[in-house]
Write a protein that binds this ligand. Structure first.
Ligand SMILES: [Zn+2]
Length: 177
C-alpha cells in the first residue's frame, strides 16, 4: 500500500491511498485546477482514482470534490451527515460508522471522531494484511479512536486545532509504545 499527502492545513487537505490496482483520494480541499496539479506531481491522473472519501463538510476538505467527481466520473463516499451538509445531490455513496467497505482491493473502515462537524469520519485502510490509518482534524481523543487505530503498520496524523497538542502527543506515544 502507498500513501501520499496532496497537502494539509486550513488551505486544503487531501491524501492518496493506493494499492497496485486501486487509488483512493481522501478529501479534496483544493480547487479543481490545484488538485490536478498536485495529483500530477505524484504522477497520478484523476482518471486513475477509483473513489473519493470525504471525512467531513468543512471547505478545506471538500471544496474540490464535486468538480473532480463530476469531470472524471469518480464515485464519492461520505457519511450521511456529511452528505446532507454538503448537499445530497453531490454525493452518491453514504457510508456508516464502523461498517467495513471496499474500493477495489482496499478495505476501508470508517471511524467516528470528535470534530465540530455533523458526522465526521476518519479511515483505516487495509490491503493484503497491511493496515494504514489516516487521522486529520481530530478534535480530541476518544475511546473509539484509540480502539479503531490499534495494530496499524503506518499512520498519518494531522492536527492544527488549539488544545489538541497535548492529547495528540499522548496518543502518538501510546500508539508507538
Ligand atoms: Zn474540519
Amino acid at each position: 500500500m502507498r500513501f501520499a499527502s496532496l497537502g494539509s492545513g486550513s488551505r486544503g487537505n487531501g491524501s492518496i491511498v493506493a494499492s497496485q490496482t486501486t487509488a483512493v483520494l481522501v478529501d479534496c480541499g483544493f480547487s479543481y485546477k490545484e488538485a490536478l496539479t498536485r495529483l500530477r506531481r505524484l504522477g497520478l491522473d484523476p482518471g486513475e482514482l477509483d473513489g473519493i472519501l470525504v471525512t467531513h463538510e468543512h471547505s478545506d476538505h471538500v471544496s474540490g470534490v464535486e468538480a473532480l467527481s463530476a469531470k472524471h466520473g469518480i464515485p464519492v463516499y461520505a457519511s450521511r451527515g456529511t452528505w446532507i451538509e454538503v448537499g445530497v445531490d453531490k454525493f452518491e455513496k453514504p457510508i456508516y460508522i464502523n461498517d467495513l467497505f471496499s474500493i477495489g482491493d482496499i478495505d476501508i473502515r470508517p471511524i467516528t471522531v470528535p470534530h465540530d462537524a455533523r458526522e465526521p469520519l476518519q479511515f483505516v485502510f487495509s490491503c493484503r494484511g497491511v493496515r494504514l490509518g489516516i487521522l486529520s482534524d481530530l478534535g480530541s481523543i476518544s475511546q473509539r479512536v484509540v480502539e479503531g487505530y490499534r495494530d496499524l503498520d503506518a499512520i498519518s496524523v494531522e492536527f492544527n486545532h488549539d488544545g489538541i497538542f497535548e492529547n495528540a502527543c499522548r496518543w502518538r506515544f501510546w500508539a508507538f509504545e
